[in-house]
Ligand binder design. Sequence first.
Ligand SMILES: O=C(CO)[C@H](O)[C@H](O)COP(=O)(O)O
Length: 226
Amino acid sequence: MKDLKNEKILAAKEAVKYLSTGQIVGLGSGSSAYIAIAEIGELVKNGLDIKGVPTSEKTRELAESLNIPLLKIEDVDSIDITIDGADEFTADLQLIKGGGSFLLKEKVVASLSKQEIIITDSTKKVEFLGKFTVPVEVIPYAQNYVLAQIKKLNGTGKIREVDGKPLITEQGNVLIDGDFGLIQDPAGLADQLTRIVGVVEHGLFINIATRVIMGVGDSTESFTKL
Ligand SMILES: O=C(CO)[C@H](O)[C@H](O)COP(=O)(O)O
């Protein structure tokens, strides 16, 4: 049986090799990113001088607990490198993110980043995105409209719930998990979702990742833009 936790650890250890002193580092969210943050905490303890930019409150709390110095996103113009996770990726580095509900901040941080390194276990690589649903962050007022528009795109949408109630994101929005089947044209779907009024952002990360490091058994595989 695959040891997915170990695969994430191996990927995280490989990713932090890209860090160097003086950098501003985006800190992702999710179980893989938290492993990387723990590694970064160790490196900081041993003298690595970086400043982190968190992608969620949970990440901020974790980084603070590890004494990683932090910057506010408002105070940075550019981020040198971000390490984050993903729910699915393809060989040409298109991603679905947002399983952990933090896609909006993750995409802002990724968009500011010169390098976006994604770390995953070996279950996340797919030929076509779409087995994992596409999270769509929506202002609550527009949720029924957006659900109807998703239908027009031949998709089905479901409001994400926690304990029987709609999950409210850190930005006060709701998430619709959109099922579009296997996605043949992720960039096209991303454009269509962006154009729906009331959609704040979605979890298709198109041409954003610069490298994916995937743990496989006892080693890692690295994917870069072809
Ligand atoms: O996008 C995310 C959170 O919004 C996560 O990076 C994604 O869900 C992967 O999580 P994990 O590393 O726990 O598998």
